[in-house]
Design a protein around this ligand. Structure first.
Ligand SMILES: [Zn+2]
Length: 379
């Protein structure tokens, strides 16, 4: 059992147990892997293991240390994460100078969410970097005498977002941390971390969760079984995204997918333009959701192929929309699912290469209409 609500990664959990059992705690670790693989949660778990009062069964969950760790309010735990930049901040100022009490309350709330769901990012609005003053302040605290027995653990989330001066300010303490203190950096983007930082850390890789493991986890969260295939495909194995989809976004994505397809099918030009505009602004505001909607459209066509080939309905990704997909397939007997899928994929590719988003979308809608009505002209 883990103190935080974490899934699998048994190999890494055994590795962390071994480190403590053998009393060979390193100066610094780099937990890396794709977003949503649990590396941040396991960093918290390791901090709890290092400080638990139980000799054999750590983290026990019952001692005073575990209780404080569970709500991330332990004197030995320092969390560092990207914060928004304030105009008047200098390298030595308090990193939270200029934050209002409402800002600080919001940050506290976000940290409490992290304690409840370790897959949730500590994502503060407008935070793009970890500035040098946050690193300096954390170093200062690390050199203070520990408030409690055990290990001081500094966790730097999204370590690739440290500014270069911030990363440089960290080098020396990573090499020679004060006694009984250790650093854990987490990152989904190793390429953006200075080699001088990487070389000072012991790397531990957190792979994407296996689909069967994610599926079992979602079932324990009471996610309806006929949504699970779609959630797994849309989330790409990212536990946090899968949970977000299960909680709120899935219905919206399904409704939008259906509505877009209806607009294209009858070539409702007003609606087509409305979706070009809507999706263009969605791309700027929430590119993850934008991608999920386009993916959802491609899954629809992929499902149409499955039905066309009379394959098993249980193989559908949009299994909850099976009736609509069947109706759709009957209404468009000449429908070319292969060219439909490739026009969406081309659109995603164009956008990633900075082609005008609205033009790429309009082009995609036009090609989709053609794929539905082979031989007809919408204009
Ligand atoms: Zn304990």
């Amino acid at each position: 059992m883990t103190l935080f609500s974490l899934i699998n990664q048994e190999k890494n959990l055994a590795l962390l147990h071994n480190i403590i059992r053998n009393k060979r705690v390193g100066n610094a670790y780099l937990f890396y892997g794709p977003e949503g693989s649990g590396m941040e949660g396991f960093a918290l778990e390791f901090a709890a293991m290092l400080n638990c009062h139980s000799e054999t069964d750590y983290p026990c969950g019952n001692c005073s240390s575990c209780r404080k760790m569970r709500c991330l309010e332990h004197g030995n735990l320092e969390l560092v994460f990207p914060i928004p930049r304030r105009q008047d901040s200098s390298a030595d100022s308090d990193p939270f100078k200029g934050f209002t009490s409402a800002d600080m309350e919001e940050i506290q709330g976000i940290i409490h969410n992290k304690a409840r769901n370790p897959y949730e990012k500590i994502s503060i609005p407008n935070a793009k970097h970890i500035p040098i003053n946050f690193i300096r302040e954390t170093k200062r605290k690390t050199y203070l005498r520990p408030q409690e027995l055990g290990w001081k653990v500094v966790i730097i989330f999204d370590a690739h977002l440290m500014t270069e001066p911030a990363a440089n300010a960290l080098l020396k303490i990573l090499e020679e941390p004060p006694k009984k203190s250790t650093f854990i950096l987490t990152s989904s983007n190793m390429n953006a971390i200075l080699p001088t930082i990487i070389s000072r850390c012991q790397p531990i890789h957190f792979p994407t969760l296996a689909p069967t493991v994610l599926k079992d986890f979602l079932l324990t969260k009471n996610v309806p079984e006929n949504n699970i295939n779609l959630i797994m495909r849309l989330s790409g194995g990212n536990v946090n995204q899968a949970l977000r989809l299960a909680e709120s976004d899935l219905q919206k994505i399904n409704d939008t997918t259906l509505d877009i397809l209806r607009a294209i099918a009858v070539w409702n030009i007003e609606k087509v333009y409305k979706y070009v505009e809507k999706l263009t602004s969605l791309y700027r505001e929430d590119s993850a959701q934008f991608n999920q909607i386009l993916l959802s459209v491609t899954f629809w066509f992929r499902d149409a192929i499955v039905l066309k080939e009379n394959s098993d309905e249980s193989e559908l990704i949009h299994s909850e929309l099976a009736t609509e997909i069947k109706k759709f397939a009957n209404a468009f007997p000449n429908f070319d699912p292969y060219s439909a899928s490739s026009s969406v994929e081309n659109c995603i590719d164009f956008i990633s290469r900075n082609v005008y988003i609205n033009l790429a979308l309009l082009n995609m809608f036009f090609n989709l209409y053609h794929a539905l009505n082979t031989g007809k002209n919408p204009l």
